[in-house]
Design a protein around this ligand. Structure first.
Ligand code: ATP
Length: 197
C-alpha cells in the first residue's frame, strides 16, 4: 500500500481536498494533526508532557493548547523535546492504522511535513497551495482568530516556493471545482504509479 502525504500551509485547503479524496474515491485519510492532539490527551503521553511543560499543560486532564503554544513557540529546544514525545507516538499510531486499511493508497494529512522531514516516510507527497491573502481570509471566516495569529502560524511554515519543488503533485486550490478535477487526475496517477523509492 502506498503512503501519500498531503500537506499545505494554513488555510490552503488540505483537509478539504483530503476529504474529497475520501468522499469521491474512498481513499482512507489519516489526519495527523488531529490524531496528535488526541494522543496528547492519553495517559501514555500526558505524564511525559507534564514532566516537560508542567501541570499547567492540562486543565482538567485536557490539553491546554494555548498554554503549550505560548511555551514552545518561543523556545525551539522545548518544541524539539515536545516533538520527540509526540512524533514517535503519532508514527506508531499511524503504522497501526495503516495495517487496518485495505486500499491501493492512503493519505496522511499534516500541516507540517517537509519542515520536519516526515515526507521521507511517504511514497508521494501532494502539496495544496493557495495565495496567502486567500488563505488568511478563509481562516478568518473559519476560526475565531486574528490576522496576527494567522501570520504567526504562517511564519512557522515553509513558503510554497520552497515546498513546490519537493512535492510530487501540486494542487493550486482556489476554485474548488478545478481542484476536484486535479484530484481525479492525481488519483489515477497514484493508482498507476509504482512505489516511489
Ligand atoms: P489548517 O491548516 O488550518 O487546518 P487547511 O489547509 O486544512 O487548514 P481547510 O480547513 O481545508 O484548510 O480549509 C480552510 C477553509 O477554507 C475551510 O472553511 C474550507 O471550507 C475553505 N476552503 C477550502 N478550499 C476552498 C476553496 N477552494 N474555495 C473556497 N473555500 C475553500
Amino acid at each position: 500500500m502506498k503512503i501519500v502525504g498531503i500537506t499545505g500551509g494554513i488555510g490552503s485547503g488540505k483537509s478539504t481536498i483530503a476529504r474529497y479524496f475520501n468522499e469521491r474515491y474512498y481513499v482512507p485519510v489519516y489526519y495527523a494533526d488531529k490524531e496528535a492532539k488526541t494522543l496528547m490527551n492519553t495517559d501514555a503521553l500526558r505524564g511525559q508532557i507534564i514532566n516537560l511543560l508542567g501541570d499547567k499543560a492540562y486543565i482538567n486532564n485536557t490539553l491546554d493548547r494555548k498554554y503549550i503554544a505560548s511555551k514552545v513557540f518561543k523556545d525551539s529546544k522545548l518544541l524539539e523535546q515536545l516533538n520527540k514525545i509526540v512524533h514517535p507516538a503519532v508514527g506508531a499510531h499511524f503504522e497501526k492504522w495503516c495495517d487496518a486499511q485495505e486500499a491501493p493508497y492512503v493519505l496522511k494529512e499534516a500541516a507540517i511535513l517537509f519542515e520536519n522531514g516526515t515526507q521521507s516516510l511517504c511514497d508521494f507527497v501532494i502539496l495544496v497551495t493557495a495565495p496567502e491573502d486567500i488563505r488568511i481570509q478563509r481562516i478568518l471566516e473559519r476560526d475565531q482568530t486574528s490576522i496576527e495569529e494567522i501570520k504567526n502560524r504562517i511564519d512557522k511554515q515553509w513558503d510554497d516556493f520552497k515546498k513546490i519543488p519537493l512535492a510530487d503533485f501540486v494542487i493550486e486550490n482556489i476554485d474548488l471545482e478545478i481542484s476536484k478535477k486535479r484530484v481525479s487526475e492525481i488519483h489515477l496517477q497514484l493508482l498507476a504509479a509504482p512505489i516511489n523509492t
